[in-house]
Design a protein around this ligand. Structure first.
Ligand SMILES: [Zn+2]
Length: 343
């Protein structure tokens, strides 16, 4: 199944002399200010027969690049950082919008893991209005076909195992300083629905209703933003954790239940101390949970894939039913990678 706005037939045959990716390919792309470089990169993706790009850049750069991308035969979705926020205006005016841990500390002034880990609470009315505006304004940019949500989740209550060493941390259970959100809005809403303050639960980490409440908080926000994008005639896609089970456990994403045009799980095998063949298992779990509701593009972490194994990574995705793949980061693709990527 291709992404809903089907690519014209023959899109991948427009690179004479070059091969093509055996699966529809996308890439995540962070644009700098150098317009010449962006133009060159877009031409490269066009030549390689890519289906689309998730493009991160300023309003001005996105508006400038969108028509160029389309000229290269590429779909362009604007890639936005959704619930993690470094917005100075929000910090100044709305410190109460940020998620609060089970210890009662706000990620605004007590961010977990790293100083920039400040996250907005999906249940704050103000946060919802703010994101609604961002999605609507982005969707109104000419040539942009969709909005791509990244960091659409809670902060990691448990980090991927491959990162424990980096942060000198062992997370064999949910610890209170990494467990969010216990802000007044979330506690109030949960109490209204279930008759108890989540802080009064005997073990909040083991409570199914409280866990479900947080899955639903994100699921509801995504559905709302999907409607906003679609009202403007645009699509909504998202980058998510690798499988529905891992995504629920680590960051409260029940993404197989979301309303989307396509999902891009970041199947970064090395983050989970797995080998490349695990990519196939992850794709399979995702597709089984989705049951064809929307397409799944397997996000591949190129820095952990040697050139001679990229064929295998793509094959694992294809054999297990991925609708496409998406590269992170294309910039570490060397000649040998490209050679093995295109067949
Ligand atoms: Zn909250």
């Amino acid at each position: 199944m291709a992404l809903a706005l089907a690519a014209p037939a023959g899109l991948f045959s427009c690179s004479p002399g070059r091969g093509k990716s055996p699966l529809p390919a996308w890439t995540w792309y962070v644009a700098g200010k150098d317009r010449r470089k962006i133009k060159k990169d877009l031409a490269l993706f066009g030549r390689m027969g890519f289906e689309g790009i998730h493009f991160q850049g300023s309003d001005e750069i996105v508006a400038w690049a969108a028509p160029l991308a389309r000229k290269e035969g590429l779909r362009i979705h604007r890639w936005i950082i959704t619930l993690m926020s470094r917005d100075k205006k929000i910090m100044k005016e709305h410190p109460d919008w940020f998620v609060v841990s089970r210890e009662g500390k706000s990620s605004f002034d007590h961010p977990p893991y790293v100083p920039y880990y400040k996250w907005l609470c999906p249940n704050h009315e103000g946060v919802v209005r703010h994101l609604e505006e961002r999605v609507r304004d982005t969707a109104r940019i000419d040539g942009v076909e969709g909005v791509h949500l990244d960091y659409i989740r809670f902060p990691d209550v448990i980090l991927p195992k491959g990162l424990w060493k980096k942060y000198d941390i062992v997370q064999d259970m949910e610890y209170p300083q990494y467990d969010f959100c216990y802000c007044d809005v979330c506690r109030g809403r949960f109490r209204e629905e279930h008759g108890i303050d989540p802080l009064d639960l005997p073990d909040p980490s083991a409570d199914n209703a409280w866990r479900q409440f947080r899955y639903d908080s994100i699921t509801r926000l995504v559905k709302h933003l999907y409607e906003v994008a679609h009202r403007e005639g645009k699509q909504l896609t998202a980058a998510v954790f690798p499988t529905p089970s891992i995504a629920r456990r680590l960051v409260r994403q029940a993404w197989d239940q979301w309303t989307l045009d396509a999902v891009f799980p970041m199947i970064y095998h090395n983050f989970y101390e797995k080998d490349i063949d695990w990519i196939g298992d992850a794709v399979q779990e995702g597709q089984q949970a989705l049951q064809g509701r929307f397409p799944l593009y397997a996000g591949l972490f190129v820095p952990a894939i040697p050139p001679e194994r990229i064929t295998e990574a793509v094959r694992q995705s294809r054999m297990n039913g991925a609708d496409g793949i998406c590269l992170f980061r294309y910039s570490v693709m060397n000649e040998k990678h490209w050679e093995n990527f295109l067949v």
